[in-house]
Design a binder for this molecule. Structure first.
Ligand code: GLN
Length: 486
């Protein structure tokens, strides 16, 4: 019998034993989606079941395993909306590298997933197309911007999803929906086919219900394409496999630095602190040595991220003008009006706000005070990272100060939304890998998580450490009561 909560690892065992077929899995997946998706709102385009089943002949490592893909990642012939009115009818002309690699492994994408418009947001409320609920409580946001991807995994629709991170967009919803979310080192996964938001920050990453599954899918999508389309992506060996170190043991002498100024930051809830303290004690029992460290530059990361992400967004989104890309306004009197109306009718409010701020911080007379200064601060962060990873192997801190908030909580205060990046954006600015791991529930029965961050290319250590924690806990076996969604 197939249960919606089965992991990739479990499904593969059933498939290998011949106890279920790929058709059984696909059928169960579509049934589950048909029941809960109308209430959840995680998916934008469901791919036709019959054509999807035809793809299932491959014998790769993910053969027959369904998943969903954030809708800012190209799948040839499928709509690639970026959650925007402006691209609502746009069809991707090619596959992203990560998608190609998934196909080659036999994985079966069954749908594209909702997101904040152009991956800009922290709650999924900025999607221009639909509302996605948190599977644990339909009155609350799933987090964003990869909210659809993460909600689909948390609701048992699929065991894996691709998301993308610019400033925390996988880790935050993962923490708020109780799943594992990875943000790889900048350059581990090719950005070819990922719609650019902040190019120096963007990375595709993975959401799953367990650490093992996450390591497995990330291993599949890692590495540059041939010929090269993303020059910042790295080549990985053909046998690249992040699951190899998952023994349940920590490496001898592992030093974990708990970020003291994150733990004690304003607004971090007592429940979060208690959960973190319990995790810290468990790591000590597992043999890690714990040190309390301070990361002063982390306190500037939301502000620095704010400037750099807007600057890069303004430049990246210039192509969506109704001429090169995007729906073109009709009945215009001249070219000027065509640009203005295509963009103002196509882009949502927050995207427009970001483009304006981005152009402002890059403009003559202001670039020194904002953009260049932000780049200098980013440089300092990298120096601080280099120093800290000389003292400890990994860093541990909250993903967010609190649990997922109710819909509309930030409606009158967009800056409040931006503060959701407070703990996450440091890793993006530095370019290091990070993993969000479920670590408990609040009294409102909402999941929370912590994050581990490692030095560049230390994914293997991150997964090994997270896996050891998962083995002595059962958070990954707790699932939302989906009946409450209906
Ligand atoms: N909340 C951040 C933003 O809105 C993060 C987005 C992301 O990581 N894509 O920019």
């Amino acid at each position: 019998m197939i249960s919606p909560w089965m992991t990739i690892r479990e499904l593969r065992i059933l498939l290998e034993k011949g106890e279920v077929s790929v058709e059984d899995i696909i059928k169960a997946t579509y049934q589950h989606i048909a029941t809960y998706e109308p209430s959840l709102g995680a998916l934008l385009e469901r791919f036709d079941e019959a054509t999807v089943s035809e793809q299932s002949a491959s014998k790769g490592i993910l053969a027959g395993i369904p998943g969903v893909i954030k809708n800012n990642i190209c799948i040839k012939g499928r709509r690639m909306t970026c959650g925007s009115r402006l691209l609502e009818q746009y069809k991707a002309p090619y596959d992203a590298t990560a998608v190609k690699k998934l196909y080659a492994s036999g994985a079966i994408p069954v749908a594209s997933a909702n997101l904040d418009e152009f991956a800009m947001g922290s709650s999924c409320e900025y999607s221009a197309l639909q509302k996605t609920c948190n599977p644990w409580n339909k009155e609350r946001v799933p987090g964003g911007s990869s909210g659809g991807s993460i909600a689909a995994v948390a609701a048992g629709m699929v065991p894996w999803a691709l998301g993308s991170e610019t400033g925390g967009s996988i880790r935050l919803p993962a923490a708020w929906c109780g799943v594992v979310g990875s943000k790889p080192t900048y350059g581990l996964v090719s950005r070819y086919g990922l719609t650019a938001y902040g190019s120096s920050l963007d990375q595709i990453g993975v959401a799953t219900r367990t650490v093992y599954d996450n390591a497995l899918v990330l291993s599949v999508i890692a590495g540059q394409e041939e010929p090269v389309y993303d020059g910042t992506a790295r080549k990985v060996p053909a046998d690249y496999d992040l699951t190899l170190g998952l023994t349940g043991q920590l490496p001898a002498g592992l030093r974990i630095g708990v970020v003291e100024n994150a733990f004690n930051a304003e607004g971090v809830s007592e429940e979060m602190k208690t959960a973190l303290q319990t995790a810290i004690a468990q790591y000590e029992q597992l043999g890690a040595s714990i040190r309390w460290v301070s990361l002063p530059s982390m306190e500037f990361s939301a502000a620095t991220y704010f400037v750099i992400s807007r600057a890069e967004a303004a430049s990246n989104l210039a192509r969506f003008d109704g001429v090169r890309y995007g729906t073109r306004a009709v009945d215009v009197k001249d070219l000027q009006e065509l640009y203005i109306r295509s963009r103002s009718e196509g882009f949502g409010e927050d995207v427009q706000r970001r483009i304006m701020i981005g152009n402002y911080v890059l403009s003559h007379g202001h670039a020194d005070a904002f953009y260049k200064r932000a780049c200098a601060v980013r440089h300092t962060m990298r120096e601080e990272a280099e120093q800290i990873f000389g003292e400890v192997d990994l860093l541990l801190m909250p993903v967010a100060a609190n649990e997922a908030f109710p819909f509309g909580a930030c409606a009158n205060n967009p800056l409040q939304m931006d503060l959701c990046d407070y703990f996450t954006s440091w890793a993006n600015l530095v370019g290091i890998p990070a993993l969000s791991v479920p670590c408990g529930f609040t009294k409102n029965q909402m999941p929370i998580g912590f994050q581990l961050m490692g030095n560049y290319w230390q994914e293997s250590l991150l997964f090994q450490t997270a896996y050891a924690y998962e083995q002595v806990n059962s958070w990954h076996m707790m699932h939302p009561d989906l009946q409450k969604l209906l």
